[in-house]
Design a binder for this molecule. Structure first.
Ligand SMILES: [Mg+2]
Length: 396
């Protein structure tokens, strides 16, 4: 037994949505976790609620700690900053256990089924790539460029811009682009066609060589969502995700029943019981999971196993951060039913490298999965000393 000696959170001005957490044992071995969105709220949960429950406890009893944290969070609500905090702590505990034992997290989870996984590129502007501007204005060119570097799958969100937009003064500040407008109820035929043009051009240029995923960001009501899906049917896309809010398994099941476009559900479901509802309702073709939101690797592993029992693939989400990616990749190495891993090439070549010591390479459309102890990465030396860094410690 090695008790948890201290828990430290780190956030940076330059990444205003990200919170890192390190959990260290009495020997000074530290594991690294991460989550995304409202880091000051998550920081408060970690130090005010979780730390008093965790300090001194056996760091290797990851499942027992998860049970404790869930039970406490449930008493006052559900999801939100609590689950993001627990997700980050859980990932840090898995990393710590790996570093203590010399095993990768995938080996701790049950053993590796693969050493690399196919990726798709979520097409945002970042790290010197103008991928979002490109799919908006020249999607065929972008598809060709991605194929040239071996990436055969891309995600775009062609109908967001036609949904109601927030006034610009409401989308500044730490929440940044994560702030979305209200749900749209009026998708005009012109807007439907304009969004579809992106997919048409990709298919005209590169045929079926490119898999296309459609991100919905929950911007539309069910009627509009069904129209988008019907319009997409001839294009044999990989999936549509979150085009309506993922709050009702029954409504998501209508998308499955009434169109033949595959539905991915959902990076925003929290905890295995939410996935159970969706799977029992036959409301998903692909099970999307975000390890830093849904409850960490402990929860994500159970969700992957649950999806496997329904003969469905898992598609991990990462538009988040480098530790989320590293943890997701360990899930990919463990779970045979993982199909493809989300990546953002501008993050991999940009800010991820600035934040952590090891960012895996994408070659030939696949990403390598670390076999080093734990997650196989650390925060960059000196990151805590950067201007604007906020470091807070509980314990000694
Ligand atoms: Mg998404």
């Amino acid at each position: 037994m090695s008790g948890i000696a201290w828990i430290e959170t780190v956030r940076l001005d330059e990444q205003p949505n990200v919170l890192w957490v390190e959990v260290a044992d009495e020997e000074g071995i530290a594991g690294l976790g991460e989550t995304y969105y409202l880091p000051t709220a998550v920081e408060a949960v970690i130090h005010d609620m979780a730390a008093p429950l965790l300090l001194g406890r056996d760091a290797s009893r990851i499942g027992a700690i998860a049970e404790t944290l869930f039970a406490c969070a449930n008493f006052y609500g559900w999801a939100g900053a609590e689950m993001r905090a627990f997700s980050a702590l859980d990932i840090a505990l898995w990393d710590l256990q790996g570093k203590r034992t010399g095993l990768s997290v995938a080996e701790l989870l049950g053993g590796r089924v693969r050493d690399e996984i196919r990726v798709y590129n979520t097409c945002v502007d970042a790290g010197g790539f103008d991928d979002q501007a490109a799919w908006l204005t020249r999607p065929g060119d972008l598809a060709e460029e991605l194929l040239e570097v071996g990436i055969e799958a891309m995600k775009v969100w062609p109908w967001d811009r036609f949904a109601p937009q927030l006034q610009s003064e409401l989308v500044t500040g730490p929440a940044g682009w994560s702030a979305m407008g209200p749900v749209g109820h009026d998708l005009t035929p012109e807007s439907l066609a304009a969004g579809l043009h992106c997919i048409e051009e990709i298919r005209e240029r590169v045929g079926s060589r490119m898999d296309v995923m459609i991100e919905g960001h929950s911007r539309w009501d069910l009627n509009a969502a069904l129209r988008v899906c019907h319009a997409l049917e001839p294009f044999e896309i990989a999936w549509v995700e979150d085009i309506v809010q993922p709050t009702s398994a029954r409504d998501l099941a209508r998308l499955v029943r009434e169109t033949r476009v595959p539905q991915a559900v959902s990076e925003r479901l929290i905890g295995r019981s939410a996935y159970r509802e969706v799977l029992e309702a036959e409301a998903a073709h692909l099970v999307m999971v975000d390890v830093v939101w849904t409850g960490g690797l402990s929860e994500a592993r159970k969700i992957a196993d649950l999806a496997d029992a329904y003969h469905l693939p898992v598609v991990p989400h990462d538009c988040v951060g480098p530790v989320a990616l590293a943890a997701s990749l360990q899930l990919c190495a463990y779970a045979p039913n993982v199909k493809v891993m989300e990546t953002v090439r501008g993050f991999l070549s940009g800010w991820y490298r600035d934040a952590v010591t090891d960012v895996p390479a994408v070659t030939g459309g696949s990403i390598r999965i670390s076999d080093r102890p734990g997650l196989g990465l650390e925060l960059q030396p000196g990151l805590r000393d950067r201007e604007g860094a906020v470091v807070r410690r509980s314990g000694r």
